[in-house]
Design a protein around this ligand. Structure first.
Ligand code: NAD
Length: 455
């Protein structure tokens, strides 16, 4: 534990030395991080496969390439974003400089989740580096192979004093959180998010919380159901449903439900064959506890499709549940697995009421060709993000902020939002000694005559 304290202290000293501030340093670290991903893609993908049989294709698409894209965007814009921004002037400041400058915050703690262990830890780090900070990285201990690979590689490619990686579970994270940071970026569950928020509050440390929750899907009868089934099932089967923004449950009427189930059967067979267990393209659940948690949901409602499990492999097939009641446990907790319950509603308005009666979702998905229905749902609900006619892709749009609202989190990152999130926006006024300016501004000095009052 004393080693943890000295690692953090070394990062603080490194920040105080000022070496992370210059553009050239930031640029070099970002280029090194990209090189690390490019030269070690297969090693990283191998670690992810060992953790939960994540297919190599998914590792490249959802972890490695997304991080490289984030780095490229940051490198492209960094100089411009670092430059002082001029702001509108008034009469008194007409001859002066009025600016907003982006200052680094200091040492940022990044705590990652296990489900996208590379992306959810290193994509925030891109923003931490770009904004001129040091970063202490604490990956999840559940995806231990990925965490170990990340420690080895990050400390080899980046400045190890500025960007140390600490591996550990609850005791180590508790010890880390007892130290003062300048910002904490946490990705994980809502429950642990509350612990992290309280730890930050002790030091008045700003905290970004990227949490979970249930992300609903509404489908009406104006859509091509085969295409919709593909887009929803892709969101639910990538990473075996262990995705924070995975479509969690479906709201639709009985007829849409019948068509969705029919289409889903075809899609799953086209993708994974008749026996999903044998497919190399379908991951496993991360550990036994989560396997038990997700298989328990299969007791709720009725299995309309799927439902196969294999405990020794932590395998759960893509499954659709029907006749689910709103107070069943599958409708209370975030599912975080390949199980898709359907709750019947008769209209888009009923769907809005259902969604608004529950905690605000991290994401909301709407499948309809009717623009009035799209607008009705977008304008009358609150969620971290919302997508019409697809799932998950919002995460990959660099120009969009990524973050939650309400129980799903606070703060945003990705691209410029990351740079801003890990910067302090310092208001700067640089006055000069211009005599005309001084004549105007000197009205502030006593004596406060009536003439000045009437000015
Ligand atoms: P988790 O909250 O269990 O763990 C996250 C991190 O917190 C890990 O690094 C872990 O070591 C640490 N931790 C766990 N218990 C702790 C404690 N008592 N004190 C201090 N630290 C502790 O979350 P998880 O299981 O790794 O991830 C799954 C959850 O994360 C889901 O709810 C999912 O929706 C959410 N998530 C959110 C996003 C997002 O971007 N919003 C992304 C991925 C996952």
């Amino acid at each position: 534990m004393s080693e943890i304290k000295s690692i953090i202290n070394r990062a603080k000293e490194a920040f105080d030395s000022g070496r992370t501030r210059p553009y050239e340093f930031r640029r070099k670290q970002l280029i090194q991080l990209r090189k690390m991903m490019e030269e070690n893609g297969d090693k990283i993908a191998g670690a992810l496969y060992d953790d939960f049989k994540k297919p190599k294709f998914e590792s490249y698409v959802t972890e490695i390439n997304l991080c490289i894209g984030e780095i490229n965007g940051m490198l492209h814009n960094l100089k411009e974003w670092m430059a002082p921004e001029s702001r509108e002037k008034g009469l008194v400041t007409f001859f002066d400089k009025v600016q907003v400058r982006s200052d680094p915050l200091g040492v940022v703690l990044v705590i990652g989740a296990w489900n996208y262990p590379i992306n959810l830890t290193l994509a925030p780090l891109v923003g931490v580096i770009a904004a001129g900070n040091c970063g202490v990285i604490k990956p999840s201990e559940l995806s231990i192979k990925s965490a170990t690979a990340m420690k080895e590689l990050v400390e080899q490619y980046l400045d190890p004093e500025c960007y140390p990686v600490i591996i550990g579970g609850v005791p180590e994270t508790t010890e880390i959180l007892s130290q003062k940071f300048d910002h904490i970026m946490f990705t994980g569950s809502t429950g642990v998010g509350k612990i992290v928020y309280q730890a930050g509050a002790k030091f008045l440390t700003p905290v970004t919380l990227e949490l979970g929750g249930k992300s609903p899907v509404f489908i009406d009868d104006t859509v091509d159901m085969k295409l919709v089934a593909k887009r929803i099932l892709w969101g639910k089967c990538v990473n075996a449903g262990q995705t924070c923004i995975a479509p969690d449950y479906v709201l639709c009427n009985k007829e849409v439900q019948r068509k969705l189930i029919e289409a889903s059967k075809q899609v799953v067979e086209e993708w994974y064959g008749r026996n999903v267990l044998k497919s190399e393209d379908y991951p496993r659940i991360i550990n036994n506890n989560h396997y038990k948690r997700v298989t328990n949901y299969l007791k709720d409602g009725r299995i309309a499709f799927g439902g196969e499990t294999k405990e020794d492999e932590r395998f759960i097939a893509p499954t659709i549940l029907v006749d689910v009641k709103p107070d069943d446990s599958v409708m209370k907790d975030e599912i975080f697995g390949p199980v898709l319950p359907i709750v019947n509603v008769n209209s888009a308005k009923d769907a809005v009421d259902f969604i608004n009666s529950r905690p605000k979702p991290l994401s909301l998905y709407v499948f309809t060709n009717n623009t009035q229905v799209q607008e009705l749902i977008l304008n009358n609900t609150s969620s971290g993000s919302a997508v019409v006619n697809d799932t998950l892709l919002q995460f990959a749009v660099e120009s969009l902020p990524f973050g939650g609202v309400g129980d799903a989190g606070t703060g945003h990152y990705h691209g410029k939002y990351s740079f801003d999130n890990f910067s302090h926006k310092k208001a700067v006024l640089i006055k000069n000694y211009n005599p005309i300016g001084e004549a105007v501004a000197s009205a502030r000095y006593p004596p406060y005559t009536d003439k000045k009052m009437n000015f």
